[in-house]
Each structure stands twice: as C-alpha cells, then as structure tokens.
Design a protein around this ligand. Structure first.
Ligand code: OFO
Length: 159
C-alpha cells in the first residue's frame, strides 16, 4: 500500500492551516483599516477551505478516511501590509513545493488517479503565486506611504 493517500491527507490539513493563516492576516489588515486587503485575504482563506474539501472528497471517493489534525496557531501580528503579503507569497511557494512532492510520490507509486487529481493543484499554484507576486510588487512600490496603500486597498478589494 502506497503512502500517497496519507500524504494527501496531510496536505488536506495543511490547506486548512493555510486558511487559518490567511484569516489571521485578514484580521490584522482589518485592524489596520485596510478593508479591501482584508476582504481579499478572507477570500483566500475560503479558497483554502475549498482546496482542503476537494482533497476530502478525493480521499472519501477512494475509500480512505480523512483524518483531521490540530492546526498550528497562526501569527497575530505582522510588521506591515507588505510583510503580510510577502509571508503569504512565501507560504504559497511552500504549498507549491509540497504539491510538487505529492506529484512525484504519486508517480513513484504509479498511482494514476492521485497523479491526475493533483494536476488541478499544480495549475492552481501557478495562479496563486502569480497573484501574490504581483501584489507584493505593488506594495513594494507603495513603499509604506498611506496614500498609495489606500489606493492599493481599493485595487486589491476588486481582486
Ligand atoms: Fe491551497 O494553497 Fe493557496 O492556493
């Protein structure tokens, strides 16, 4: 019996943890008065929940019981709005490398259903990294100036 289903279960928990981190970031941004950025992070948190539920659905459909683990406490404070988005980008890079490892393992174990299932996540991660990279760049250019940050808050609200 291969390890891939165990590892997808682990990733399901990590997706939930990602959502928890983004919720904490949303709370920080709301506290700082950036409702647009906060709403964006709420949306990301919801997406992470959906990513986890897709895995939940896959596991149940192949006869593997999904097991939920404890979720680590996320950071409550950040240095700045830029810091939040830089950390989120870093986090997405971690997710990408974890998904890549899962694909490698599915191939190693010649589990085609898992490999095909994981393709969706490979594509999704390209989009996620692209979105966060763009926002980090914009925030770097804002250089902590409130007028620019408020302008960006409106732009990010629409994403
Ligand atoms: Fe599910 O990690 Fe972001 O996307």
């Amino acid at each position: 019996m291969g390890k891939i289903l165990e590892k997808i279960n682990e990733q399901m928990n990590f997706e939930l943890e990602s959502g928890y981190i983004y919720l904490s970031m949303a709370a920080y941004l709301k506290d700082r008065g950036f409702d647009g950025m906060s709403g964006f992070m709420h949306k990301q948190a919801h997406e992470e929940y959906e990513h986890a539920m897709k895995m939940y659905g896959f596991l149940t459909s192949v006869g593997k019981l999904p097991v939920f683990e404890s979720i680590n406490k996320p950071a409550a404070n950040y240095k700045s709005e830029l810091d939040v988005f830089q950390q989120a980008l870093q986090h997405e890079k971690t997710v990408t490398s974890r998904i890549d490892d899962l694909v490698d393992l599915a191939r190693e174990e010649n589990d085609k259903r898992a490999e095909i299932f994981l393709q969706w996540y490979v594509t999704e991660q390209v989009e996620e990294e692209d979105v966060f990279t763009d926002l980090v760049l914009k925030l770097e250019r804002a250089d902590g100036k409130f007028s620019a940050l408020y302008l960006l808050d409106g732009i990010i609200a629409g994403k």
